[in-house]
Design a protein around this ligand. Structure first.
Ligand SMILES: Nc1nc2c(ncn2[C@@H]2O[C@H](COP(=O)(O)OP(=O)(O)OP(=O)(O)O)[C@@H](O)[C@H]2O)c(=O)[nH]1
Ligand SMILES: [Mg+2]
Length: 397
């Protein structure tokens, strides 16, 4: 699973990315600081299954704090997007293709309204947050429409014997932008296009197809960033009113980054996602003021910096992913002495067999049965797993 971090220039994408992944990619108050995409790993929280066995896990990746497990997820930070990007404006199409593999998008907007649509500082840019929300989705829709149009002739003229064949052909042609048969199927159904030959589709139907397909294949959570600005709360309320159906979460990438860096150097105790921190070292006056500001204007106001909430909304709410722990009825410790070292994030409705394949192709090919380690019950191939299940796969040699 890949999470794409997108938005106009200077909205704070790289700051959000650094805060989530503890990387050090350049961040600056001028547009197009980022050109090449950056990739790194961040973490989402899950109530650890070690608790159910009264043990303490030793994660191979990520960490566990008081039975809250931090599970790795991949993030990609791309260049800023400007209106007309699908036609090559700004950094053009390159970064659009950097996003093609993303399963979900975090749209970072500047809720303070202190930058215009090109990312230049403009403190009078009233109403910009609303425009920011709309233009990005339109840009992606137009990009998709272009790709769909280009691929159109490959399947538009072909007579398909059945709907299933059409769905397969469309998914194959659009796999470059992350299409699956399930996406295509549900889009055709919702738009009532199931029985209409692609050749007969109108331009409007193609556009609607592009939009619905984008909504399905790249769901968006809006990170209303720079929420530390004094006017942020007011802009946030206005935005929520204007877009009642969108998921908009206030956040401050810079606050999260500051807290995490201070925690890393031992000045503070701060657990990502929490709404407060503890000072551990003597701080100078400037540091104290900075941290007080963050506490009052971000943590207290928004119950945290929002970075963790945005990530988890993307993974669990939008994508509906579940966390599965490999385990054994004979023990939870691996050959290296690590207890419950792994936790996998799987798409919703994943079965025991899907999990076996995720562990190893051989486990899938030679699958005999699976065991729910918590209940000791046998589970079959097609059994749908629940989040926090601990599963043993039994396979032939
Ligand atoms: N006040 C405040 N400033 C922020 C926040 N996040 C980022 N910034 C500032 O916004 C400016 C742009 O940040 P970047 O992270 O470089 O933005 P970007 O979206 O990656 O920009 P491009 O790569 O140029 O598209 C920098 O000066 C950051 O310090 C935040 O939460 N609060
Ligand atoms: Mg950047």
């Amino acid at each position: 699973m890949i999470i794409g971090v997108v938005g106009k220039p200077s909205s704070g994408k790289s700051t959000f990315f650094n805060a989530a992944t503890m990387q050090d990619v350049p961040m600056a108050a001028y547009p197009f600081t980022t050109i090449e995409a950056n990739k790194a790993v961040g973490f989402v929280r899950i109530e650890c299954a070690d608790k159910d066995f009264n043990v303490q896990c030793n994660p191979r990746t990520g960490f566990c704090h008081e039975h809250v497990r931090f599970v790795p997820v991949e993030l990609v930070d791309v260049a800023g997007l400007v209106p007309g990007a699908h036609e090559g404006k700004g950094m053009g199409n390159q970064f659009l293709s950097d996003l093609s593999r993303a399963d979900v998008l975090i749209h970072v907007i500047d809720i303070s309204g202190s930058t215009n649509e090109k990312g230049d500082v403009a403190f009078d840019s009233k109403g910009v947050p609303a425009r920011d929300v709309e233009f990005l989705e339109e840009e992606i829709d137009l990009w998709f429409l272009g790709i769909i149009d280009k691929n159109w002739r490959k399947f538009a003229g072909t007579p398909f014997e059945s709907k299933a064949k059409l769905v397969t052909a469309m998914a194959q042609n659009l796999s470059g932008i992350g299409a699956t048969e399930a996406h295509i199927d549900s889009v055709l159904l919702e738009l009532n296009l199931t029985d209409k030959k692609p050749m007969m589709w109108s331009e409007d139907e193609k556009k609607s197809f592009a939009r619905k397909f984008r909504e399905k294949s790249k769901p968006v959570v809006i990170a209303a960033n720079k929420a530390d600005y004094p006017n942020a709360a007011q802009n946030l309320e206005a935005l929520k009113k204007k877009f009642p159906s969108k998921i908009i979460i206030p956040c401050s990438g810079i606050a999260e980054l500051t807290l995490k860096r201070a925690a890393k150097d031992g000045s503070l105790e701060y657990i990502q996602g929490n709404d407060d921190f503890k000072v551990l070292k003597e701080l100078n006056e400037k540091q104290k003021q900075g941290l007080d500001y963050i506490r009052k204007n971000v943590l207290e106001k928004f119950k945290g910096t929002g970075v963790q909430e945005v990530l988890e909304t993307a993974v669990f709410k939008l994508l509906g992913y579940i966390a599965i722990f490999p385990g054994g009825t004979k023990g939870l410790t691996d050959a290296q002495g690590r207890t419950m070292p792994d936790c996998f994030l799987l798409p919703p409705h994943s079965t025991a067999l899907d999990f076996a394949y995720r562990l190893h192709t051989d486990f899938g090919d030679k699958f005999i049965k699976a065991i729910n380690v918590k209940t000791r019950q046998l589970i079959g191939k097609e059994h749908e797993l629940q989040s926090r299940d601990v599963v043993e796969i039994v396979h032939s040699a």
